[in-house]
Design a protein around this ligand. Structure first.
Ligand code: F6R
Length: 253
């Protein structure tokens, strides 16, 4: 795992945008897996800006959703599909079909999960998966207890996740309790992974992911086994890492 510690969330976004842009410039037809939530927002803004300044061609890029709430209208601003189209795909003029969606309104959610897996497989897979991390260590919506062999499927959100995500909704009561999520094994198949974390609320999850035991009770710890993972975090998110000091020296070296 390559650990990069930056001073501020803005510096995390800048560093992560450069990381993504360099991959896309090296492989213009890259397949990008996209997380939603607050953490990657600054990255998507910077990618949009670079594209609009003519410095980042994105016309050949194909995008894949990481997760989506079940039963949410895609016109709702909190629908992950809506967020991704609003924050990245529309501003860069991406074709609507360049996003492989997870349809949380499908009549048969299990068939929808299988369809997504097949679309992923037949596309050749994800080159770079962008991830955030939950305060409880989830990646995607793979909550603690998720199997390391899990594939895309319908999942129940833990109470901690519902409470945490209530900041995006009018009240905790209206936060969806179910989601479709790529599984841990699905995420693990991405050729390269970029995980972002900011703020001290993520410090415990980051130290467990990097230095804790690899166990389904700590879902993000599966990434310890992946050959190409970069974690870009701010100092607050890195504050519980025993290895934080060496990570910081690595950045400033
Ligand atoms: C979102 C996702 C989640 C979030 C995580 C952190 O697509 O898969 O795992 O990345 O809950 O969310 P934020 O960034 O809002 O703190």
């Amino acid at each position: 795992m390559d650990l990069v510690v930056q001073d501020t969330p803005e510096a995390v976004a800048e560093c992560a945008a450069q990381h993504v842009a360099s991959r896309v410039l090296a492989l213009p037809s890259a397949h990008l897996g996209l997380a939603t939530g607050a953490t990657p927002r600054g990255v998507y803004q910077r990618l949009t800006n670079a594209h609009q300044r003519g410095m980042l061609p994105l016309s050949e890029v194909r995008y894949f959703m990481l997760d989506e709430y079940v039963g949410i209208d895609t016109k709702e601003p909190t629908s992950f599909q809506n967020v991704l189209r609003r924050e990245l795909l529309s501003p860069v003029g991406a074709e609507p079909h360049s996003l492989e969606i997870l349809d949380g309104n499908a009549a048969d959610l299990s068939a929808e999960a299988d369809r997504f897996e097949e679309a992923l497989r037949s596309s050749g897979g994800i080159d770079l998966q962008i991830l955030g991390i939950g305060t409880n260590g989830h990646i995607g919506f793979n909550e603690p207890g998720s199997s390391f062999t899990s594939r895309t499927r319908m999942v129940e959100l833990h109470e901690e996740t519902v409470q945490s995500n209530s900041r995006y909704f009018d009240s905790p009561e209206v936060v969806p309790r179910k989601a479709l999520s790529q599984g841990l094994a699905t995420i693990f198949e991405a050729r390269s992974i970029l995980l972002l974390a900011t703020g001290d609320s993520k410090a415990r999850a980051i130290s467990s992911m990097v230095e804790g035991p690899t166990s389904p009770s700590n879902p993000a710890s599966i990434l310890q086994r992946h050959p190409d993972v970069t974690v870009i975090m701010d100092a607050a998110a890195a504050s519980r890492l025993r290895s934080a000091q060496s990570a910081i020296s690595k950045v400033s070296a």
